[in-house]
Design a protein around this ligand. Structure first.
Ligand SMILES: O=C(O)CCC(=O)C(=O)O
Ligand SMILES: [Fe+2]
Length: 195
């Protein structure tokens, strides 16, 4: 398999990353998307986003204590509490970004802000599956994995700090050898502020 012309030798997740399938039910998924769609999505990027807890500044690439919006909405806070109960976070996540990806939209390779955000990053996938690509900053090694809807992707350790993650901006993915057209995907990324 090749990703952007680079041969991928080891398909899968980088060390320190795991996918927890079916972490929420289809009914919870529907309710969450409805909640997100009731509010105002921001058009500041090529994909739509909503920020909760603290606003992330895409130009400066930081979130600061001054960027505080307020407490997380109860629906989102409840998921954070469940992540703490499940031992995924040691303390309650307090910064969440919702991303909406329509077919053809993606997110470029990045490491989440290291001075701003803690050592665990969790991304919840809703609606459509998609491929996420990973790149080791030191060696250039590439990996890729499919994120199923209602799953959690947990990034910690090396996967959080030393590998980039990205979603290719395309309209379909190869899943189990079959080309699958993307639908609308919404994700919620949970983080803890370091401040
Ligand atoms: O959509 C995703 O699953 C990832 C989002 C992401 O990487 C981010 O918000 O930093
Ligand atoms: Fe990220």
């Amino acid at each position: 398999m090749t990703v952007d012309g680079t041969e991928i030798t080891d398909i899968g997740l980088p060390p320190g990353a795991r996918v927890i399938p079916d972490w929420i039910t289809p009914a919870e998924e529907t309710a969450l998307v409805a909640f997100l769609d009731e509010g105002a999505w921001s058009d500041e990027l090529r994909r739509r986003v909503r920020h909760f807890g603290y606003r992330y500044d895409y130009r400066a690439r930081i979130a600061t204590p001054e960027s505080r919006i307020g407490p997380l909405p109860e629906d989102v806070q409840g998921l954070g509490r469940r992540m703490v109960e499940d031992g995924i976070f040691a303390r309650l996540p307090d910064q969440v970004i919702a991303n909406e990806y329509l077919p053809g939209q993606g997110i470029s390779a990045h490491v989440d802000c290291q001075p701003c955000f803690g050592d665990v990053i969790v991304s919840m996938s809703l609606l459509s599956p998609c491929e996420m690509q990973f790149g080791c900053v030191a060696t250039g090694e590439r990996r890729a994995a499919i994120l199923p809807p209602r799953s959690l992707l947990v990034l910690e350790g090396v996967a959080r700090h030393d590998w980039t993650h990205a979603i290719p901006a395309r309209r379909s993915d190869i899943i189990d050898g079959v080309r699958v057209m993307r639908g609308r995907r919404v994700s919620l990324t949970f983080r803890t502020m370091r401040f």
